[in-house]
Design a binder for this molecule. Structure first.
Ligand code: PLP
Length: 443
């Protein structure tokens, strides 16, 4: 039996329900439209800030220095950026130690802030730090007085200041290949000319070729870089003495980049140890790798006073001084964190042995590194360019390393693996690489 009253009641309730639903719906639509109008109004306010990206044809000729246009972005960075786009990739690309900054250094920097040591320092850097650098070098048989040391914003600023102080357009600079790419880029920036000298197959200096180039090209500067990024080669006693023999009568200045001096696994040799030639050696060093403080940016350049005075002019107008807080940190590190440096070195040495053995077991033609934290195996037998090898390894095996071509023409046919990663990460990366290599046809 139908109850007419009940049916009417339920119909009325339903109508009421739909009525309210429609009202809520309309309110929501109103809120949405109103918010949109508000957002559009806000955007309108910032419209003038919109940047129009110019295409190449719209950029006026001669706008940028042709020297700078000639410089390419670092191949190391280019490859590192590729890695982030491949999910699950193991990166063995960077020259960044995986240790935290030693505690003493951190505390010294905090203390420096708390006691307001945040003003400009002397252009050359704080006296206490230069004194400690002088002491550190003396321990390596290298003699530079406090007045001959300039603290810089990392080794990079030191290099740029040196090249700026020395180079006129057209001057020639002898640069090893393969090597750290910044030297060639700096030389290009100042419109000078790069003359590459080749290395032997074990990455030692080829003296015949070097001697010939010095005599024929009459370069103003010679770059030495030991321990080497990317090869891990160090300067042997024989090489140091032979270099002295060749260079002592020549009118040539030597930039000796010793950024990795704290990571040398054998006895340390440097041309700066020979007093008779020290007046023509400009030594670059720093704490980025030594104290694992790459982002804190402290390096140094050592040279005779007459050279330092000119480097200082560039440094002064470039940055005034290195960051005060980081300088205090580095100073404390030299006094109290040398134990941490030894611990890091021991760990890197362990990793070096592991990576070297693994690569040899895979059948890679590899020279044992003697310093820094890189290994540079040959890939010549795979009949691929280093770029192709690394791109395929990244996409097919999800391991990122750097193509040797990023280190100059002499780097083609090689790859750079950084072992500044934990043993677990290295093992995973090398396992994947080994599996991938087995899929290649190398007949
Ligand atoms: N020299 C060499 C050989 C390097 O490998 C690097 C950095 O990787 C530098 C200089 C620059 O060092 P910094 O990070 O202190 O500027």
């Amino acid at each position: 039996m139908y109850n007419v009253n009940n049916i009417t009641k339920s119909t009325v309730n339903k109508q009421k329900y739909y009525f309210y639903l429609r009202i809520v719906y309309k309110i929501l639509i109103f809120i949405l439209l109103y918010s949109k109008i508000l957002i559009m109004k806000r955007l309108e306010k910032y419209k003038h800030l919109k940047v129009k990206t110019l295409v190449k044809d719209e950029i006026m000729d001669n706008l940028f220095s042709s020297n700078v246009t000639n410089v390419e972005i670092s191949g190391i960075r280019k490859f590192f950026n590729k890695v982030s786009k491949v999910e699950g990739a193991v990166s063995l690309t960077l020259g960044q130690p995986d240790f935290p900054v030693p505690k003493n250094i951190k505390n010294a920097m905090i203390q420096a802030i708390n006691v307001n040591k945040t003003e400009y320092t002397a252009n050359a850097g704080i006296m206490e730090l230069r004194h400690e650098i002088s002491k550190l070098l003396r321990g390596m048989d290298i003699n530079y007085l406090v007045d001959e040391i300039t603290v810089t914003v990392g080794g990079s600023e030191a290099l740029l200041c040196i090249f700026a102080a020395f180079l006129n357009a057209g001057d020639k600079v002898l640069i090893p290949t393969p090597t750290y790419p910044a030297y060639e880029s700096c030389v290009k920036i100042f419109g000078a000319e790069i003359v590459n000298y080749n290395l032997n197959s074990d990455f030692t200096i080829n003296f015949d070729s070097l001697n010939k180039l010095i005599n024929e090209e009459k370069p103003k500067l010679l770059v030495l870089s030991h321990p080497s990024n990317p090869t891990g080669a160090i300067l042997s006693r024989f090489e140091r003495d032979k270099l002295f023999e060749i260079l002592k009568e020549k009118d040539i200045y030597i930039i000796s980049d010793e950024m990795y001096s704290s990571l040398c696994y054998e006895k340390y040799y440097s041309l700066a140890q020979i007093d008779e030639i020290r007046n023509r050696v400009i030594l670059v060093g720093g704490f980025s790798k030594m104290f694992s403080m790459t982002g804190l940016r402290v390096g140094y350049v050592c040279a005779s006073k007459y050279i330092t005075d000119n480097i200082m002019k560039v440094h002064q107008y470039n940055v005034s001084c290195a960051t005060s807080i980081s300088q205090w940190g580095a100073c404390e590190g030299l006094k109290y964190s040398m134990g941490d440096v030894t611990i890091m070195k021991t760990e890197f040495e362990k990793r070096k042995e592991y990576v070297y053995i693994r690569l040899r077991e895979m059948g890679m033609d590899t020279t044992l590194p003697r310093g820094a934290f890189y290994i540079f195996p040959s890939i010549k037998k795979f009949s691929m360019s280093s770029e192709e090898f690394c791109t395929r390894l990244l996409h097919e095996a999800k391991v990122a390393i750097v193509p040797g071509s990023a280190f100059g023409t002499g780097g083609e046919g090689y790859i750079r693996i950084s072992y500044s990663y934990s043993l677990e990460v290295l093992k995973e990366g090398l396992d994947r690489m080994e599996k991938w290599l087995k899929t290649l046809d190398i007949s």
